[in-house]
Write a protein that binds this ligand. Structure first.
Ligand code: PXP
Length: 246
């Protein structure tokens, strides 16, 4: 059965907006698991703009499904991953100025370095995915560097419309087939939402979808009614109770 990894980075984004303690990503992870998430995904970025090191340590303790760590292939991140030992590391390109991961890894031009990083992660017992665009040459290179999974970037599909979207879907389908024929396992994600997920969820070779922004965005909207009612009840109660001011 197709699995769902829930990316909770944006729960941490909201917390970091005030540099406070709420909302707590670890609580979000547990609630996502209770609702059926098959895994929790976080991206520890070099600039720590959302997920922090403490989140990663706590998530490792609390998560009962599996932890997928998205990270750049840098010595700092490889060291952290080797300590935390997530079930899966998804290696992604990272630039400080980007709002989110914008493109896939260029596996072809970084083969040697990636091979070393993957070897180190494997030695720590961690499976490795490479986040790549749906391109045959990148998939072949992923096999050469001994990756376990490719995570196929669905962003171009998600951003396109009409015929262009159908073209990108074809690329996703063909890439997934090629990857499996080369012995790679296939995950997919980026930009998937409630309107565009269906065709991608029907690609038989895909084992897991990683979805973040659309789920957290929807959580805000479906939760706003209950949150406002709770505050309103509290205020109403306060106006009826005896004063605490003196
Ligand atoms: N997969 C990877 C490698 C990502 O970097 C991201 C974004 O953090 C996702 C999946 C999830 O993308 P989205 O937040 O658009 O659902």
């Amino acid at each position: 059965m197709l699995k769902l990894g829930v990316n909770i980075d944006h729960v941490a984004t909201l917390r970091e907006a005030r540099k406070g303690i709420s909302p707590e990503p670890v609580t979000a992870a547990s609630l996502a698991e209770l609702a059926g998430a098959d895994g929790i995904v976080v991206h520890l970025r070099e600039d720590r703009r959302h997920i922090q090191d403490r989140d990663l340590h706590l998530l490792r303790e609390v998560i009962q499904t599996k932890l997928c760590l998205e990270m750049a292939a840098t010595p700092e991140m490889v060291k952290i991953a080797s300590e935390i030992r997530p079930e899966l590391v998804s290696l992604v390109p990272e630039r400080r100025e980007e709002l989110t991961t914008e493109g896939g890894l260029d596996v072809i031009s970084t083969q040697e370095a990636l091979f070393g990083v993957i070897e180190t992660l494997h030695a720590a017992g961690i499976a490795v995915a490479l986040f790549i665009d749906p391109e045959a040459n990148q998939i072949k290179a992923a096999q050469k560097v001994a990756a376990d999974f490719v995570e196929i970037h669905t962003g171009a599909y998600a951003n396109a419309k009409g015929d262009a979207r159908r073209g990108h879907l074809k690329d996703l389908v063909e890439s997934a087939k090629l990857a499996v024929s080369l012995g790679l396992k296939v995950n997919a994600g980026h930009g998937l939402d409630y309107m565009n997920v269906l065709p991608v969820a029907q690609i038989p070779e895909v084992e897991e979808l990683n979805i973040g922004h659309s789920i957290i965005a929807r959580a805000v909207l479906v939760g706003i009614g209950a949150a406002v009612s709770e505050m309103k009840s509290l205020i109403r109660l306060a106006t009826r109770s005896s004063s605490v001011l003196h």
